[in-house]
Design a protein around this ligand. Structure first.
Ligand SMILES: Nc1nc2c(c(=O)[nH]1)N[C@H]1C(S)=C(S)[C@@H](COP(=O)(O)OP(=O)(O)OC[C@H]3O[C@@H](n4cnc5c(N)ncnc54)[C@H](O)[C@@H]3O)O[C@H]1N2
Ligand code: MOO
Length: 422
């Protein structure tokens, strides 16, 4: 692929029609959407084993301290430091053995106990000496160095006190979350109910991969783009496929989609062309358009609204525009609906590998490739070509989206910018 950092005339013509000043910033559009996105109210208590990928609906507290009892951090010998009398070396008889999972017995005075990692520290012992640090003779150990009291003991509650917050609400249960829930005994976990999402793609030209194409037809990529983006344990997806550019069919689909969805997503039909019907159909169906046309490139014709109890996200048809607007608007709004504590985007800071001259007005989410860290440790990125709204193959070669601020006209080589890694 060829990357041209300088915009060409074609780039400037590509979707730059219309006064940028009349458009919402993507940040304002996102704020409008987030303002509409109240977390779904239903809560399920699901077995921990099936809770992976769900969103916690309540803060969970630990009914026990973690660890629940003082225990040994090493395989070795439990002893009482006060029993080490006189000059070294000290000799102590081994009075017994305690392994993980056993109740153990108190430490008899003047002795030690063989102890294994994770075993409860016997009553009376105040340190564990690693087996590598003793000489083992027949039934006794020999010690050269005085251990400090507390050595190699994992103290009860040092990780979390009883009643401490295991997880806040709004966290996705991944490996770390599952582990701490299990350690604190949560057999069933309070999670938000799944967010119901209905998806359809408008366009008479669309066929599914596997179907033959007549002249002028294309395979539907947005359907698979979004189905992949929405394949998540906290999402219940109703994929309605493609709908021809027929107002009656689109209206019926929109209404059916909104009937029991929390979010309706459509692609295409958002611009002003003869076959672009979505914003009007939303209004005609009794819905409301809350944001339309955003100063973003690609993706200017994106819209946000409501129909019944559902939030509506109208993505542009061009696949890269659909991807970008889904990423910066649709996805954060959906995460807020699902109850995420932090639904927004997290950017990295990177440096441009080359300078850039451009027309200001719209924030650009430009596919970009990582070139590795520079001398200052920050990654360098190379912007890919500016004319890219329909170039889905180009997107698949990118490492992320570089964010070029709306007002920027010239960015020098090495300029610091935000970057969304894939
Ligand atoms: N006169 C104007 N024309 C266009 C404008 C404009 O402001 N004035 N905006 C351009 C921009 S920017 C974009 S983005 C597109 C978006 O328009 P629509 O949302 O109405 O999308 P469509 O017209 O339905 O389709 C655009 C393009 O994308 C292809 N497409 C649509 N759906 C899919 C799909 N599911 N999978 C793959 N490809 C899809 C479609 O065939 C068209 O090529 O409008 C510009 N025009
Ligand atoms: O640039 Mo359009 O805004 O192709 O999505």
């Amino acid at each position: 692929m060829t990357d041209t950092p300088k915009p060409t005339d074609r780039d400037l013509a590509d979707c730059d029609a219309g006064a940028a000043s009349a458009l919402l910033s993507w940040q304002d559009a996102q704020a409008i959407g987030l303002g509409l996105a109240h977390p779904v109210s239903g809560m399920d208590h699901v077995p921990l084993a099936t809770a992976t990928g769900r969103v916690t609906a309540d803060a969970t507290r630990s009914p026990v301290p973690l660890p629940p009892f003082d225990n040994s951090a090493m395989d070795g010998f439990a002893l009482r430091t006060a029993d080490l009398i006189g000059p070294p070396p000290w000799s102590l008889p081994v009075a017994g053995r305690v392994a993980a999972g056993e109740a153990g017995t108190p430490l008899p005075p003047g002795t030690c106990l063989r102890i294994l990692t994770g075993a409860a520290v016997p009553e009376g012992a105040d340190c564990i000496v690693m087996q590598e640090h003793v000489t083992r003779l027949d039934g006794t150990i020999l010690l050269e160095t005085r251990p400090a009291p507390g050595l190699n003991i994992r103290r009860q509650a040092e990780d979390l006190p009883k009643g401490g917050v295991v997880l806040p609400k709004g966290r996705v249960i991944g490996p770390r979350e599952a582990a701490v829930l299990a350690a604190s005994g949560w057999a069933r976990v309070p999670v938000h109910r799944r967010v119901r999402v209905a998806l359809f793609c408008s366009g008479s030209e669309l066929r599914d991969p596997g179907d033959p194409l007549a002249p002028g037809q294309i395979w539907n990529s947005n359907r698979y783009l979004l189905a992949a983006a929405l394949a998540s344990p906290w999402i219940d997806l109703h994929d309605m496929g493609a709908v021809p550019d027929n107002p009656a069919k689109l209206a019926a689909t929109l209404v059916a989609a909104a009937r029991d969805a929390d979010m309706v997503i459509s692609t295409g039909g958002m611009a002003d062309g003869d076959e672009d019907h979505m914003p009007r159909l939303l209004r005609d169906a009794g819905g409301q358009v809350d944001a339309l046309r955003v100063a973003i490139k690609p993706g200017k014709p994106v819209g946000l609204g409501r129909l019944g109890d559902a939030l509506y996200v109208g993505l542009p048809g061009n696949p890269v525009a659909a991807f970008v607007t889904w990423t910066c608007l649709g996805a954060p709004i959906l995460r807020a609906l699902a109850g995420f504590a932090e639904p927004g985007l997290t950017f990295d800071r990177v440096r441009l590998s080359d300078g850039l001259d451009r027309r200001p007005g719209r924030s650009e989410f430009r596919p970009a490739q990582l070139l590795g860290p520079g001398a200052d440790g920050l990654d360098r990125v190379r912007l890919m070509t500016a004319s890219f709204s329909a170039r889905i193959a180009l997107l698949a070669q990118a490492d992320g989206l570089a964010l070029i601020p709306a007002e920027a006209t010239t960015l020098p080589e090495g300029a610091l910018i935000d970057f969304l890694p894939f």
